[in-house]
Design a binder for this molecule. Structure first.
Ligand code: UDP
Ligand code: MN
Length: 307
């Protein structure tokens, strides 16, 4: 029996080592570079990420339409303290070059800061009742948005965005965000599977979503679209919230839960990536190239009427 010479074995082992090295270095480099994002929903609505649109081109389409964008923001109780930064940063980054009408809802109209607004931008203060339960303030937003659209916004704007006040703009948020019904993927759940989403899971609630249903977990801090589409959304969510209240049930995340149920049945025509709703306490991830709007870090005990 003839033995293979040791040096031949060494050469063979060397070749395998080299091949293994080439393969793994190529593979791991691919892994490191893998920051691709999905830019379309299964129902073919765009998911807006940096790099998927041409801001100048989109602006050139929308600007000649002479649109007005309503922006509602609630600053009830101590939340008035967030208004200054919210408005100042919105003036720098939000729908620049468009007509913008801010609607500030507050129980403290005298504490609304005076912020210099660019030409074509207006601010109205609308007095609303205070409350000693943040859940109620948060929940009543839908009702107030509904009634204010009926009374005022309908005749004054084409599109509307409803935003959380405890936030700041950090980069461009423009006409790429316009659409019939626009929702944002919650930054805490864009990497999770749907069984992990904090949807309302009790069938007794009208916001109930079974474990095997759901597209995305949408953030309640931003909802947008045509005034009429957001009106219907607000009206339906408000009605369901009240129906639940009548049955002594409050959905897990109040209006965010109802919003998620509504958007499951009424698919958004455009979905904004978490670039449009980040959280300051959350470290930036590889996929997020630009943070456009982000919730500030707040001391809940300090700003909320109850904890
Ligand atoms: N809000 C308010 N006063 C309150 C509680 C809430 O004005 O006492 C409004 C405010 O616009 C806030 C939104 O409701 O941005 C949602 O509440 P919060 O930001 O506390 O919820 P979170 O983003 O922490 O889930
Ligand atoms: Mn918030």
């Amino acid at each position: 029996m003839r033995f293979i010479k040791p040096y031949v074995l060494l050469v063979i082992a060397g070749i395998f080592l080299l091949l293994g090295y080439v393969y793994f270095s190529f593979f791991s480099e691919r892994l490191n570079r893998c920051t691709d994002v999905v830019a379309v929903t299964p129902w073919l609505a765009p998911i807006v990420w940096e790099g998927t649109f041409d801001a100048v081109l989109i602006d050139n389409i929308y600007k000649p339409m002479n649109l007005t964008v309503a922006t509602t923001v609630f600053a009830v109780g101590k939340y008035v303290r967030f208004l200054q930064d919210f408005l100042e940063t919105a003036e720098k980054h939000f729908m620049v070059g468009f007509h913008v009408r801010y609607y500030v809802f507050t129980d403290r109209p005298h504490d609304v800061p005076s912020v210099n607004l660019s030409q074509g931008r207006h601010l109205s203060v609308i007095q609303v009742p205070g409350s000693n339960r943040w859940q109620e303030i948060s929940a009543r937003r839908m009702e107030i948005i509904q009634t204010t659209i009926e009374r005022q916004i309908r005749g004054e704007a084409d599109y509307i965005f409803c935003l959380d006040v405890d936030s700041k703009f950090h980069a461009h948020w423009g006409s790429e965000s316009l659409g019939r019904l626009v929702a944002v993927i919650h930054p805490g759940y864009y990497e999770q599977t749907r069984d992990r989403f904090p949807y309302e899971r009790r069938p007794a609630s009208t916001a109930y979503i079974p474990m095997d249903e759901g597209d995305y977990y949408y953030g309640g801090a931003m909802i947008g679209g045509f005034v009429e589409d957001v009106y219907t959304l607000a009206k339906v969510c408000r009605t369901r919230f009240e129906e639940d209240a009548g049955n002594s049930i409050e959905a897990a995340w109040q209006e965010e839960s109802h919003l998620n149920r509504y958007l499951l049945d009424n698919k958004p025509s455009k979905v904004l990536s978490p670039e449009y709703l980040w959280q300051d306490f959350k470290a930036k991830t590889k996929e997020v190239k630009v943070i456009r709007f982000s919730g500030v870090i707040k001391n809940y005990a300090d700003v909320r009427p109850n904890v």
